[in-house]
Design a protein. Sequence first.
Length: 365
Amino acid sequence: MAPSFLPPSHAPTGATRRDALLRVARGGAGMLLLSGSRLAPASAASSEAFSPASSARLRFALPLLDEALASRAAWEPLLHPLCAAVGCALETATLSSLESLARAVAHAEVDAGFLAPEAALQAVVEGRMRILAQARRPAAQDPNRAVLLVRRAAPPDALDRLLAEPQDWRIAYGERRSIAGYVLPQARLFLPRGIDMETAFRTETVGSTFAGSLALANGDVDIATGTLDDHRLFCRRFPPEGRQLRIVWQSEPLPAERFAIRADWPRATRQELRRFLLRYGTAAGPRSARERAVLRALNAPAGYEAAPHAALLPVAQLQRDLALQRVRAARWTSDAARGRRLAQIAADYERQKAVLLRDEERAAG
C-alpha cells in the first residue's frame, strides 16, 4: 500500500514523557509520513534539475528513532534549507523498521534519507541510491559500538552467566537486518560460543533499541542489544529508566549512517546537495553558529564529510561473517550442500564488493 502524506496540523503535539514511553513500547513496523511546508523553486534553472519522478519535492526518510515528531523537529532545521538550495519541497517520512525502509526505497516512495549502514549497503548495491555524505565523528568522541545491556541489579558476572545458561535469560534484540541490534552480537558474541539468539534464550523480543531498553528497565526482558549512542540518548531522555541499565559487552566500532539520494536524480542536483551538507556549519558568523547548534541536536557536532561507496565494504564483510558463522553452526545433509552455500556466500560478497569498488567518480556523483 502506498504511504499517505498528512499535513502538519494532523500531527499530535505536546507529548508527555509517559506518552513517549508508550510509543516506544508499542513500536511498529510501518511508516508514518509527515509532509513539510512546500518551498517555491529557487530559480528556473534549479527547478529544471529535478528528476521527473521527484515532482519537484524531496521525500526524506528520517532515521529510525522512537518518536517520529522528535526526529522531524530535529531534522527539519537542516532539511528545509537543504531543499531550498535546490528549489524543491520537503516531505519527511519516519520509518519504524529496516524492512519498511527497504520497501520504501525499492518502491521509490522516498527520494533521500539518512540511512543505517545496512540499509545504505542494500540501496547502493541494488543501484537505487547514491551516497552523499556521512557524519564526521570528532576525534575526542568515543566511536559508536554495538552493546549488550542488563539491569544494574544483575550480578557482576551477568555476561558469563548468560553465556553459560542462555536458556534462563529473556533477550530483546533488533531485526535481522540490523548491524548493531542483531548482526554484530550474533556474529561476534553468540554464534562463536554455539548460541543462536533466535533459539537459545528463554524468550526473544524483536524491536528497536529504545523499545528493548525500555523492556529491560521494566523487567520484561533480562538482556537487550543496542548501541552506545542510543543508550546515551535513552539515558538523557528517560533518566530514571536509564539509571537502571548497564553495559556488559561492546563490539568493534560501528559503520556510520549515511546520507543517500535516489540514483536517478540528476548528477548536478546530487552534487549541489553534497556541497550543501559538506559546508553546513563550517563558516564563521551567526548563521553558522545556528547551524552548528542544529548539528549538535543531530549528534553530528563536527558536521558532515564525503563518504565514498567503498566505505560500506565493512558492512558487507560483517554480513558475510554472520553468514559464514551460520554455516559453521548448522548441520548439513551433505558436504556438497554445505559447499554450495559457502560458494553462494562468497559470490554474494564479491558482487557487493565489485559494486562498492567501482569508479570512485561515479560513486561520488
